[in-house]
Design a binder for this molecule. Structure first.
Ligand code: ZN
Length: 376
């Protein structure tokens, strides 16, 4: 769930719904803790106003950090679709990963560098401003941007620091996969350290910091594992087209049978989780196990396949020449286990998640055998 804010240099800036919660939490903690401590004697409303202002400026800093990554990406010929601000800061939706270590290094360094510059400017304003309010506000922005740069520079992939580490290893070892593996391992170590630190804080009775560190560690752990797996999958499917692994055997059912029949005669004695729905040689749609589950069990005798199937024009499709990685991304995005392969308006085959997984496994085995051969 996200809201569109505005567009800058072709990049859409979005706000994720979780950001609203964080906005409130930050404003609340500033209005009830930090500002009353450094600016005593104000009214509650004034603390809330300056707290909200500080939070807006904090997220402006996060946005500038992300924009720095994005603008350098565009410079290095990598398209950036959008930036989304969410609970942990910002994420840029970048079309693909950098193709060379130098691009990766420059893109990764740009964000923390901008945060450090903002911290520096805030420090100067805080030091030289005669007004206590701008002094208090900019001291806070100095610290928070310093923390932002510092946290992101932790050498834990996929954080910026981890990307810097990967770029250096990539340059030295000339192997992106190996570099990612090492940077991810370091990332996991840091993730578990954060979680441990969180538990330590909890035991000391500091609930908020404890929970915050555990969530951060857990978030880092899952994104580290996710990015590494994604790279492995993408590399194993490199150069493999849908045509090469699609199945031409199409399991079909007629549209006029009941769901009861579909269950008893088709799903029960096969390993398929979905069928093409066809009347003669006219394909009408696709029916899956999860379509069936939407109908209560006691209505299966009355409902037909046609009423629950997804019509062909609404089904996500692929072409024989598409890359298998794109097909997998489509399946994941749609939450389906198979996609029909269409050519000139005709279904020519079907590509399944199982088929893709087999291809990944076989290619991984072959790659391992290659590596063994090379080390001898
Ligand atoms: Zn960053």
């Amino acid at each position: 769930m996200r809201f569109r804010l505005f567009k800058i240099k072709g990049i859409t800036i979005n706000i994720h719904i979780t950001w609203l919660i964080v906005f409130f939490l930050f404003t609340w903690s500033l209005a009830s803790g930090y500002f009353p401590a450094v600016l005593p004697g104000w009214t509650g409303a004034a603390y809330w106003a300056v707290g909200a202002l500080a939070t807006v400026l904090l997220f402006a800093g996060v946005l500038l950090h992300e924009l720095a990554h994005s603008l350098v990406s565009i410079r290095r010929k990598i398209k950036v679709e959008s930036i989304t601000l969410f609970i942990f800061g910002g994420v840029s939706s970048i079309e693909r990963e950098p193709q060379d270590p130098t691009s990766e290094l420059l893109i990764a360094l740009a964000g923390p560098l901008v945060s450090l510059v903002i911290a520096g400017i805030s420090y100067l304003i805080a030091t030289f401003s005669p007004e206590p309010i701008s002094s208090a506000l900019f001291s806070y922005l100095f610290w928070i941007n310093l923390v932002l740069a510092g946290f992101n520079l932790i050498p834990a992939f996929p954080l910026d620091g981890g990307r810097v580490l990967r770029a250096i290893l990539w340059k030295v070892k000339k192997d992106q996969r190996k570099a990612t593996r090492i940077a991810s391992a370091v990332g996991l170590v840091f993730a578990y350290l954060l979680i441990l630190l969180g538990f330590f804080w909890l035991l000391r009775g500091d609930l908020i910091d404890g929970i915050w560190f555990i969530i951060l560690g857990w978030f880092l752990q899952s994104s580290t594992e996710g990015s590494y797996q994604q790279l492995v999958v993408r590399q194993s499917l490199e150069g493999l087209q849908v045509l090469q692994i699609m199945s031409k055997e199409l399991p079909m059912v007629p549209p006029n049978i009941s769901l009861e029949q579909l269950a008893q005669e088709h799903f029960l004695d096969r390993t398929e989780t979905s069928f093409l729905v066809a009347w003669g040689d006219q394909i009408e749609g696709i029916v899956t196990l999860s379509d069936m589950r939407k109908v209560p069990r006691d209505q299966w005798a009355r409902e037909t396949v046609r009423t629950v199937m997804t019509p062909l024009d609404q089904v996500e499709k692929v072409s024989p020449g598409d890359s298998t990685y794109d097909a997998l991304m489509k399946m994941t995005a749609r939450g389906v286990g198979r996609l029909p392969v269409m050519e000139n308006g005709q279904i020519v085959g079907i590509i399944t998640r199982q088929g893709l997984l087999d291809a990944i496994r076989i290619r991984a085995e072959l790659r391992n055998r290659d590596n063994l051969g090379r080390t001898k």
